[in-house]
Design a protein around this ligand. Structure first.
Ligand SMILES: C[S@@+](CC[C@H](N)C(=O)[O-])C[C@H]1O[C@@H](n2cnc3c(N)ncnc32)[C@H](O)[C@@H]1O
Length: 718
């Protein structure tokens, strides 16, 4: 069995230890002085000093990893703390904890010029660690050395796991405990606790571990656990940067808008019990996160709105392939800026720059617009409802699956990897679209009798007017029934988006905070269950609705009833199971989104569809931009009084499209449709090179896009 003296390299009698120390140990004068001083203490304490080679190794780790914030549990005379303080940069910090400062030599710290980097806290270390969680929040330290009283080792480890940041390091001293851990006859409380800790770490897959025969066996754990997706990342970032004394200097929405500061918190505000960050820190982080999202959407608002309009207007000229690639390229730029922002911890405005840059090419709405055009072009009117529903289901299922993968990915690989992968996939998609999507897969075909359409494309100006007025009842050829249906559908769509935003904007903060206080792992589990239920629910719902042959308006009504129920249920949820139970109806809550395109395409002329979709996309972009900002703002000012206020607002908003769809049902059922002069709906056909071409019924000649200049006879083709 190892002699206790042998395990401190600088006190060892082993010639090899002597040789190693002789060749590699480079103490400063102050370090030597502290070693000498500690040696002079009563033997019990003299032997407690950390091993000098271990301290030197920590210094090397701190320097190469650019660690800034460190903790030592168990100070004794302050040797290892001083060594760490010598290694951290000038603005670094070493918080060192002990129950007693009898032997601490602050004077030597002063002499070494590191006293200002050392924060000595004298009280039971468990209390101090909890205090540090309150003060700095979770994931806020780079390096922690545990070397306090052994019976508390497991407790120290648990708290330190929360304090250390992802990819930070925890070093634990005495994990071999002079070999006692491997000796079954040793069953004192210290040995038992250290064995328990070693066993715990052995089973913990969220950390990387290595146990070195350094000093008395120091275990290193590399903390991989990354807390959340981008919203979670931002929320956690704020939790960790919370500084009560500096909060006044942060620009909050309240200070910007000159409203009463809600940073004076209600003392009785409930907080997450398993997050030891303080209630003010949590509330502050929520406000900061929603503020950040507010400014992000504001930054993206004008370019998104303008570009959606411009790209919608010029899609025919630029080609869908080009527009699609352009929007994807915006995502690429966004990922790159995110990666830089996270990696270099750039200031907040980089998030806004990322949003601004990606919105310069239209953002996600434009790709949705292209997809909707492609679906409409390649389907007949009768199958369009089910096609839109089906695509909605596929998108939802894929989205849910992706969020599931993301949840687990973050858990095991972290944010940086995730965004690198996203970047890679986006580049791959650009390549696939570039390589395999047919250029200009659809250009409207003119029949010899569609002079109405010819007139419309005559000038850009008339297209602009067409987009803005396509829903107005000015068109003489459109019956009252059609005009009314279009307007009702449009308004229902607008309120559906608003209701969905009011529900979705606070939902992440809702999960992260009291009473749920979910970690990334728990959000990952929720996403897993959610994705499974979404897939099954959406497919079953689709089959059922196809089977019942309900009209679009009835399907939307049912969907809105589910939405209101879901929002009311969620707003009252207090236990985890209640959030899970809410998932049972959530797959049926958003049919309005996918059906709107199908509904309006039935009431419009084929030549109007492009303008109408551009208009709808524009409306949805504007609502998303301003709705997101507004609801984030509303959440930040209401959360301190009522955590579920916004979700109740969502339920209220959801009632409006419900009523409108009931009205639509009666309009479509009872009003006559007397628009005889409407151009007949085109039938899609597939020409040999699989380009979907729209042929007005009753014409025999179709004209292919000017670039091909080909002319087909329908009879020949059939
Ligand atoms: C092994 S020594 C620390 C040696 C020091 N890390 C070094 O490298 O020189 C353990 C220290 O833990 C302190 N300690 C014991 N129980 C404690 C507790 N409950 N809270 C904080 N410190 C405690 C003791 O006072 C003692 O100074």
């Amino acid at each position: 069995m190892t002699n206790l003296v042998d395990i401190k390299s600088h006190l060892s009698n082993d010639p090899i230890d002597h040789y190693i120390m002789d060749h590699t140990f480079r103490p400063t004068a102050e370090q030597n002085e502290l070693i000498e001083y500690t040696r002079s203490l009563p033997e019990k304490f003299a032997l407690m000093i950390g091993s000098a080679d271990a301290a030197q190794f920590f210094q090397m780790l701190i320097r190469v990893s650019h660690f800034k914030r460190c903790i030592e549990v168990g100070t004794l005379s302050g040797y290892t703390s001083m060594s760490m303080a010598l290694a951290v940069p000038d603005d670094g910090l070493v918080v060192t904890l002990d129950i007693d400062d009898k032997y601490v030599r602050r004077d030597i710290w002063e002499k070494a010029g590191v006293a200002k980097k050392l924060d000595l806290r004298i009280k039971p270390a468990l209390d101090t660690l909890n205090e540090l969680l309150e003060q700095y929040g979770e994931n806020s330290f780079d390096f922690i050395f545990i070397d306090g009283d052994k019976p508390n080792y497991v407790n120290y480890y648990d708290l330190c796991l929360r304090l250390v940041r992802p990819n930070g390091l925890i070093a634990i001293d005495n994990t071999i405990y002079t070999g006692f851990v491997a000796d079954p006859s040793k069953n004192d409380i210290n040995t038992i606790t250290i064995r328990q800790l070693n066993d715990k770490i052995k089973l913990d897959q969220t950390v990387d571990v290595c146990q070195l025969r350094l000093g008395d066996g120091t275990t290193f754990t590399l903390y991989y656990y990354l807390a959340s997706s981008i919203g979670q990342y931002i929320y956690n970032y704020y939790l960790t940067t919370y500084n009560p004394s500096a909060v006044g200097s942060f620009q909050t929405l309240e200070s910007v808008s000159g409203m009463t500061t809600s940073l004076s918190y209600n003392k009785e505000f409930n907080q997450c019990k398993h997050r030891s960050s303080s209630a003010p820190a949590q509330q502050w982080a929520q406000q900061q996160s929603s503020n950040l999202f507010f400014y992000q959407t504001v930054a993206a608002s004008a370019p998104t709105i303008a570009m959606t309009y411009i790209l919608g207007l010029y899609t025919h000229q630029l080609g869908r392939k080009f527009v699609l690639i352009l929007t994807m390229f915006g995502n690429v730029l966004q990922y790159v800026i995110w990666l830089f922002t996270i990696h270099y911890r750039l200031p907040d405005y980089w998030w806004y720059i990322a949003a601004f840059v990606s919105s310069l090419v239209g953002g996600g709405n434009v790709s949705g617009f292209i997809l909707n055009l492609i679906i409409t072009d390649s389907t007949e009117e009768s199958e369009r409802t089910s096609k839109f529903l089906y695509i909605g289901v596929v998108c939802t299922a894929v989205g849910a699956f992706i969020s599931l993968v993301i949840g687990f990915w973050i858990e095991y690989r972290g944010f940086i990897d995730l965004y690198w992968t996203a970047l890679f996939l986006q580049l791959l998609t650009i390549f696939i679209v570039y390589r395999y999507m047919k250029s200009d897969s659809f250009v409207p075909v003119l029949s010899n009798n569609s002079s109405h359409y010819k007139k419309k494309i005559d000038s850009k100006c008339s297209q602009l007017i067409e987009i803005c007025t396509v829903f107005t009842p000015r068109h003489t050829y459109r019956s009252r029934k059609r005009s009314l249906s279009l307007i009702i559908t449009l308004i229902a769509f607008i309120f559906h988006i608003l209701a969905s935003l009011a529900f979705s904007v606070p939902f992440l903060w809702f999960q992260l905070n009291y009473p749920f206080c979910w970690s990334a792992k728990e959000i990952g589990y929720y996403n897993t269950v959610s994705s499974i239920i979404w897939c099954i629910g959406s497919v079953v719902g689709l089959k059922f609705l196809t089977y019942t042959r309900y009209s679009d308006a009835v399907i939307c009504c049912i969907s809105h009833i589910f939405f209101v129920m879901s929002a009311l249920w969620t707003s009252q949820a207090y236990y985890n199971w209640q959030l899970y139970a809410g998932l049972l109806i959530s797959p049926f809550t958003s049919y309005q989104g996918s059906l709107t395109y199908s509904i309006i395409s039935k009431w419009l002329e084929p030549s109007e569809i492009n303008s109408a979709y551009t208009f709808i996309t524009e409306i949805s972009t504007i609502l998303n931009v301003f709705g997101n900002s507004f609801f984030n703002y509303l959440y930040s000012v209401t959360v301190s009084r009522s955590r579920n206020f916004l979700i109740l607002v969502a339920a209220g908003l959801g009632l409006i499209p419900l009523v409108l769809n009931c009205f639509l049902y009666f309009v479509t059922k009872n009003l006559p449709d007397n628009s005889d002069n409407r151009i007949t709906e085109c039938k899609p056909i597939l020409i040999p090179d699989h380009m979907p071409i729209r042929v007005p019924v009753g014409t025999d000649t179709i004209l292919l896009p000017a670039s091909t200049g080909r002319k087909f006879d329908l009879h020949q083709m059939s």
